[in-house]
Design a binder for this molecule. Structure first.
Ligand code: SF4
Length: 210
């Protein structure tokens, strides 16, 4: 992964999430600054092994300064619980930290400008798995123009963590036919996490089948 200092060499080294948050809370680097109430940085366990990354703050997130607090957030909480997780176990952020007007899609230059902050969050938190919610976050972190339906529920190694693409809870709220596939994504995530917990077989045992 490209270091933020390679991208913004003038930034002073930042070693904690709080320092990063402080450094961007008045960010004016893109046009989204003019319409936001506040920068929505992220929330959760700063040492989380699992991160969830959505697209951008919506109306309620912009007002409260916390990602996923509206109806999609309630659904996310329910799905986390079903996977044996809670907000205290994970870290939740968005690719874009300020609300786009009328919840429009973020523009390419806004993503390029804001993405380094997400990359640095990942560098600081050092998760084992980054679950992307929706097409947008998946394409941003995988760097591929692939459709979410082709890759959802699978894991992709990116440097020293896995990207695990999932549908976005808001998509399931708007299109009822995506509700079950979203729940399936979380079942697959739980199975993936359970497999990660399994002890690696001793070398001798593996050789028996080699
Ligand atoms: S969206 Fe990102 S780059 Fe743009 S003003 Fe907000 S924090 Fe800065």
């Amino acid at each position: 992964m490209q270091s933020i200092h390679a991208i913004h060499p003038t930034l002073r080294p930042i070693v904690t999430l709080q320092e990063l948050h402080d450094s961007i809370k008045d960010c004016q680097r893109c046009r989204l600054a003019s319409g936001r109430t506040q920068v929505v940085f992220g929330t959760g366990n700063p040492h989380a092994k699992i991160m969830f990354v959505g697209e951008a703050p919506g109306f309620y997130e912009d007002k409260q300064g916390i990602p996923f607090v509206g109806a999609a957030g309630k659904l996310l909480d329910e799905l986390l619980e079903g996977a044996g997780l809670s907000r205290n176990d994970v870290y939740i952020a968005n690719v874009i930290k300020c609300r786009p007007p009328d919840n429009r899609d973020p523009m390419a230059d806004e993503v390029e400008t804001c993405k380094p902050f997400l990359l640095q969050q990942i560098e600081l938190i050092k998760p084992k798995v980054v679950c992307t919610l929706g097409n947008f976050a998946m394409q941003t972190l995988l760097g591929k123009k692939v459709g979410i339906m082709k890759v959802r529920g699978q894991s992709f190694q990116v440097k020293d963590f896995f990207v695990f693409p999932m549908l976005h809870p808001a998509a399931a709220l708007h299109q009822g036919n995506l509700n079950e596939p979203l729940r399936e994504d979380f079942r697959k995530l739980k199975a993936f996490l359970d497999r990660q917990q399994e002890p690696v077989p001793p070398v001798e045992q593996m050789n028996l089948f080699g």
